[in-house]
Design a protein around this ligand. Structure first.
Ligand SMILES: [Zn+2]
Ligand SMILES: [Zn+2]
Length: 313
């Protein structure tokens, strides 16, 4: 049995106080790290589907687009594989003053009718008569611009030509591709970031309201075709820098070619994808891609990762 020693007691007590302070301090630091982002990061929330409708294996008269409401001001349209094997995603965002459609799909579809009916529904819900529509593109490849001609016929609609000069002029870029521009839809600011590499007119869009980063064909669960290696590497670094310290709720690209099995993709032109990867990626994928490009050091070789593959064009 230890003899009672008042000096010991005092020492023990001050150790306890230090220990409590240390625990409190570490807890506070932990809380501090979380403090600016309570309740889902402080961005407007929404829900993505657990999986998308499967096209095929037999194609019939299914609708050409699946429409998913992420939240009442953001809709995702996914083109059916029975319409076009590319199965691209299109994004429709509403601000207080304008709406934006990002991409118009592949092949001949009824995209203008589908978009118009979605806008009409939104107007009804919001007790409004009209809202101007901007149609822009993640890039100029044919599987993202096919509906342009029909969309141009919609009222109050401006279609940004899928060319570098037209994109620069419309968004007011001063230093392409090193500087971002903004586009205000009315209490909804979008950052538009030039990301040439997959294609010369490629842009990414960051929606400050939802914290979603739209990356087009530059980053998605599938084959990342690189046309210009130097430009691509700089663009990915630019996206990493841009998103540093920002909330990134999801990284949404334009296709799904990856299966749910790590490292395994569906062959090109696959319509029926019963076990496809989820659409959404995160900023970690961006960091992984950036690191890989640094390692490749200017060369582009076919390199597989768990959720995407770098693919020279
Ligand atoms: Zn493309
Ligand atoms: Zn594409």
């Amino acid at each position: 049995m230890e003899r009672y020693n008042p000096a010991h007691m005092k020492l023990n007590r001050s150790f306890s106080v230090i220990a409590i302070l240390a625990v409190a301090l570490s807890a506070w630091r932990h809380i501090e790290a979380q403090a600016p982002q309570p309740n889902g990061g402080g961005v407007r929330s929404g829900v993505l589907p657990r999986s998308w409708e499967i096209s095929g294996p037999q194609c019939g008269s299914e609708p050409r687009f699946q429409i998913h409401e992420y939240n009442p001001d953001f809709y995702i349209l996914r083109e059916s594989g029975c319409s076009n094997y590319e199965k691209p995603f299109l994004y429709l965002l509403f601000g207080k003053e304008k709406a934006l459609l990002l991409d118009t799909g592949a092949g001949r579809t009824d995209v203008a009718r589908v978009v118009k009916s979605q806008i009409d529904q939104w107007l009804k819900r919001n007790n409004r008569d009209s809202i101007p529509l901007i149609v822009a593109h993640t890039h100029s490849h044919g599987d993202h611009i096919s509906g342009d001609k029909d969309l141009k016929l919609l009222p109050q609609t401006v279609v940004v030509e899928p060319k570098v000069s037209a994109v620069q002029a419309f968004f007011g870029f001063r230093n392409w591709p090193s500087e971002a521009a903004t586009c205000d839809l009315g209490e909804r600011i979008l950052d538009v970031i030039p990301i040439p590499g997959h294609e010369a007119a490629s842009i990414a869009i960051y929606d400050r309201q939802t914290g979603i980063l739209f990356t087009g064909d530059t980053l998605y669960p599938g084959r990342l075709y690189v046309q210009d290696a130097g430009a691509f590497a700089l663009s990915i670094q630019r996206l990493v820098d841009f998103t540093h310290g920002k909330i990134v709720a999801h990284v949404l690209g334009n296709h799904i070619e990856q299966t749910r099995t790590a490292y395994l993709d569906y062959p090109i032109r696959t319509v029926y994808q019963p076990d496809e990867h989820q659409l959404e990626l995160g900023r970690a994928h961006l960091l992984e891609l950036n690191e890989a490009l640094h390692d490749l050091n200017g060369r582009i070789e076919r390199t597989a990762f768990r959720d995407f593959t770098i693919w020279p064009e």
